[in-house]
Design a protein around this ligand. Structure first.
Ligand SMILES: C[S@@+](CC[C@H](N)C(=O)[O-])C[C@H]1O[C@@H](n2cnc3c(N)ncnc32)[C@H](O)[C@@H]1O
Length: 438
């Protein structure tokens, strides 16, 4: 299979996107296609006319749908619920005018946020002071003794690793409130992730903003705008590497010092900053239709939700890593259902296992994607990588077998991976495969 080759410089692309009002960044995401947005748009322009309907079937951060929404009708789908929230805030919100008095809403929000936070501080006052003692330690002042004291402090928190057993009075109360699903005070993040990805105070802030959003905002779309701002704050205040597969184990001074840089970040400030940006990004576009859903791709392809689709943009996972394990914490933030976590990583009980991440199922998953597209009379634009679970050759053979003609563009670009020591860049080959129905 012949492919046209194009080089994309990561840095230049990011710079370009900063000046592009069609793009807005919400969270760090493995496999995000933000650097490829102009290439994806160009390919779509070659395949279907303006005002067609595009289904972004593995939407993730909804970056593609949001980028295309001025020119196309968009249906955004992903199995993860947080994706639908982001898509609602960036895409579906364009179906309405934001007439709310946002300043008044923020004023009301702050009142409710403080109400929940004050209750949390009262309930867990001793633990709060102990946690803040460590947050206040300056860079360069950490010692081995302090690190050990901190590890001792964190070991008292109830978690799957100690079968939720704790001898501390306040932490026993925390566990009891969580297990009883008592939501008079919001405390899901305090229970799940304080002293792992967040300080106790950061976790209290996240829960208190989450509480305020539920108390103040009724409209689903407006709620999604505020939740997306909170997802941003969550993603950028977390002391992890951008995903939530496993928190750092703080095995030496350098890792604890680095972790505590993040512990000083202010959730409320990050939240307000992104809220401003999302509101500024918002545009009322009455002549297009937008829809957001959250289904397994094959279920969606067999439903009537997508009957008007002209083109499916498909960006499936391409490694063995399940998104539900990497982003379970964001899913919990959105669902806020006090799910009982398991394993050291405190994963959700409803983790989706994607067939695209499983060697034995990936070929059938592609077959079902292409057959579903054909059944719906839709062209497909597929993003895939040369490090994927199946080869380009296998994909194009499958497409041909099912009745598509394909054209491949190979894009060489700096791909950011989330490694333990932060972002690493390496050049990889990303394919854009235009599959049109014969
Ligand atoms: C490579 S990411 C998409 C990234 C996205 N294009 C972006 O720019 O943010 C793949 C997405 O597929 C979703 N996914 C995995 N299996 C799925 C399935 N069976 N049905 C629907 N979505 C699925 C994951 O949740 C993940 O968000």
């Amino acid at each position: 299979m012949n492919a046209t080759v194009k080089k994309v410089h990561n840095k230049a692309r990011r710079q370009e996107l900063r000046n592009d009002d069609s793009y807005i960044h919400i969270m760090k995401y493995m496999g995000s296609k933000r650097e490829l947005l102009p290439d994806i748009k160009k390919a779509i322009q070659q395949m279907v006319p303006k005002n067609s309907t595009i289904l972004d079937i593995f939407a993730g951060t909804a970056s593609v749908g949001a980028y295309l929404k001025k020119d196309y009708n968009i249906i955004s789908n992903d199995i993860q619920n947080y994706s639908q929230i982001i898509a609602k805030s960036l895409i579906e919100s364009s179906s309405i005018e934001l007439t709310e008095d946002i300043h008044h809403t923020i004023f009301m929000l702050e009142k409710e946020y403080l109400k929940n936070k004050e209750k949390l501080i009262k309930l867990f006052s001793k633990t709060y002071d102990d946690s803040n003692f460590f947050v206040d330690i300056k860079k360069g002042e950490w010692t081995d003794k302090l690190r050990e004291d901190y590890l001792q402090f964190t070991s008292k928190f109830p978690s799957p690793s100690n079968k939720f057993k704790t001898s501390q009075k306040e932490l026993t109360l925390l566990k009891d409130l969580y297990f009883s699903k008592d939501k008079s005070t919001y405390l899901q993040t305090v229970f799940l992730f304080s002293e792992t990805y967040f300080s106790l105070e950061q976790a209290m802030d996240i829960d208190s903003v989450r509480y305020a959003i539920d108390m103040v905002i009724e409209d689903e779309v407006l709620k999604s705008v505020f939740l997306s701002a909170l997802i941003y704050a969550y993603s950028y205040c977390s002391s992890g590497t951008g995903h939530f597969a496993m928190f750092r184990d703080l095995k030496d001074l350098s890792s604890i010092e680095d972790t505590f840089i993040y512990r000083k970040k202010r959730v409320w400030e990050y939240f307000l900053k992104k809220l401003d940006q999302i509101i500024e990004y918002h545009q009322y576009i009455p002549d297009k239709t937008y829809k957001t859903v959250s289904y397994d791709f094959s279920e969606l392809l067999n439903s009537s939700e997508i009957k008007d689709t002209d083109l499916i943009y498909a960006d499936p996972p391409y490694s063995f890593v399940h998104y539900s394990r990497f982003y379970h914490a964001i899913e919990s933030l959105v669902k806020y259902d006090y799910d009982i976590p398991s394993f050291k990583g405190r994963y959700r009980s409803d983790r989706h296992q994607s067939p695209f991440c499983q060697k034995t199922n990936v070929t059938d998953a592609f077959r079902s994607l292409f057959e579903g597209a054909k059944k719906n009379n839709s062209h497909v634009l597929l993003s895939y990588s040369d490090t994927g679970m199946i080869s380009l050759g296998e994909i194009t053979t499958l497409l041909k077998e099912i009745g598509f003609k394909s054209k491949v563009e190979q894009i060489q670009y700096d791909h950011s991976t989330l490694g333990r020591k932060g972002h690493k860049n390496n050049t990889i080959n990303e394919y854009l495969i235009q599959a049109t129905l014969n």
